[in-house]
Design a binder for this molecule. Structure first.
Ligand code: S3P
Length: 437
């Protein structure tokens, strides 16, 4: 994405106070753009995440002939072209850092009449794609990879047929890619999950008028219907709120409010985990917005203790482990994480990158193939590497609040993929976070 290198320095700070409005949900923003693009008519998206990942998806759709207007920040007006209205592009389609963008688009493009090439940045180019290209191939798609890695060359003009597929790993991205391909397939696409994952694609397909049956762990649809434009209200991203939930929980005297955060149960595993550790987090004003549960979160400092994290909670907090590891590193006693091998194939190998950074700050952490054992204690000053992973960078910014001295985080430019404006929002509630160009 051509971002300049940017280091951060995070220092021990005063208690965190005030209200923090975090940006729109990344998963919902990606899906809203894609479904609106292939719907009949104009859809307005409000609360859209103006982040690198979702801007990359918008640019790809524009390259495929979809007119997308931005009347104001956080708002998009998408002029849908209908299920068969996308136009091929001779240029590669750049998904930037976004695994969600690439995997969902692979499903969407598998059913088109034209060829496409999907590419990404250095981090995305190392992420496994067979999990999506293999089942798409059994639907009749033809997609070439570089030994299972991007770029993906998607051959157009294939006739797809629905399949019944039991996912080997719980992945909302794979499920969603197959459902999107299923829109173009003959017959039924029936997806079974080993553990329920976020169901935004299912809910949003229903909102756009496509008949779909779904329940936790299963989704079924038939090809041959139409999507009708609708307006989408994107809730604030729980995964972005997560950094503030941990920060206020560990800095004595803190009390923060996080308004209008999406509380889909497939996303809120960290809430349960932090509460089990002793955190003081309450949900106020719980309501429905755009078909999603939403609430205002209120978090106050509370002494945390280590836990054995129930394995069943892992998929519901898959993006929150970097933040959880910081909470665990300053809690009393040890925390054990198991059944989280998927962390090794995220924007970085999050078990390895968190372990390396925490060790640099003096924490005792033992890596296992599918998790870690983290001994709680005190953190010291030091210089850690973000490994170009947005969530690693923000997690160590939180660590700096309670470390014995400044924590320097190398190369935080990727934070803008999911959380533009993080530094300003964080400093607004009491962080002492300095961007060093
Ligand atoms: C996402 C699903 C998750 C998550 C990612 C976003 C989505 O990935 O880690 O940040 O929007 O569907 P997997 O489905 O691969 O676990």
């Amino acid at each position: 994405m051509g971002m300049d290198r940017l280091d951060w320095c995070s220092q021990p700070a005063q208690p965190l106070r005030g209200s923090v409005r975090v940006p729109g949900d990344k998963s919902v923003s990606h899906r809203a753009l894609m479904l609106a693009a292939i719907a009949e008519g104009d859809s307005r998206i409000r609360g859209f995440l103006e982040g690198g990942d979702t801007l990359a998806t918008a640019a790809v759709l524009a390259q495929l002939g979809v007119r997308i207007e931005a009347p104001s920040a956080g708002e998009r007006l998408v002029h849908g072209v209908g299920l068969h209205g996308l136009r091929g592009s001779p240029q590669p389609l750049d998904c930037g850092n976004a695994g969600t963008g690439m995997r969902l688009l692979a499903g969407l493009l598998a059913g088109q009449a034209f060829d496409s090439t999907l590419m990404g940045d250095a981090s995305l180019s190392k992420r496994p794609m067979r999990r999506v290209t293999d089942p798409l191939a059994s639907m009749g798609a033809r997609i070439d990879t570089r030994d299972g890695l991007p770029p993906l060359h998607v051959h157009g003009g294939q006739s797809l047929r629905g399949i019944r597929y039991a996912l080997p790993v719980a992945s909302a991205q794979v499920k969603s890619a197959l459902l999107l391909a299923g829109l173009y397939a003959a017959g039924e696409t029936d997806i079974l999950e080993p553990h329920p994952t976020r169901d935004y694609t299912e809910r949003m397909l229903a909102a756009f008028g496509w008949p779909i049956e779904f329940e936790p762990g299963r989704a079924r649809l038939q090809g041959g219907h139409v999507l009708r434009a609708t307006d989408v209200e994107v809730p604030a991203d729980f995964s972005s709120a997560a950094f503030f939930l941990v920060a206020a929980s560990i800095v004595p005297g803190s009390a923060l409010k996080l308004p209008a955060v999406g509380l889909n149960p497939r996303r809120t595993g960290l809430l349960q985990a932090l509460r089990l550790m002793g955190a003081d987090i309450t949900i106020e004003n719980q309501r429905e917005s755009g078909g999603e549960p939403v609430g205002d979160l209120a978090v106050r400092y509370a002494p945390l203790h280590g836990i054995e994290l129930p394995e069943a909670w892992v998929p519901d907090m898959i993006d929150e482990f970097p933040a959880l590891f910081i909470a665990a590193a300053v809690a009393s006693g040890s925390t054990v994480v198991r059944g989280a091998a998927e962390l090794r194939v995220k924007e970085s190998d999050r078990i390895a990158t968190m372990a390396a950074g925490l060790r640099t700050l003096g924490a005792a952490i033992e890596e296992t193939p599918d998790g870690a054992i983290i001994q709680g204690g005190k953190l010291g000053a030091g210089s850690v590497d973000s490994h170009l992973d947005h969530r690693i960078a923000m997690s160590f910014a939180v660590a700096g609040l309670v470390a014995g001295g400044p924590v320097r985080i190398n190369d935080c430019s990727h934070v803008a993929t999911s959380f533009p404006g993080f530094v300003e929002l964080a400093n607004g509630c009491g962080f002492a976070l300095q961007a060093l160009a």
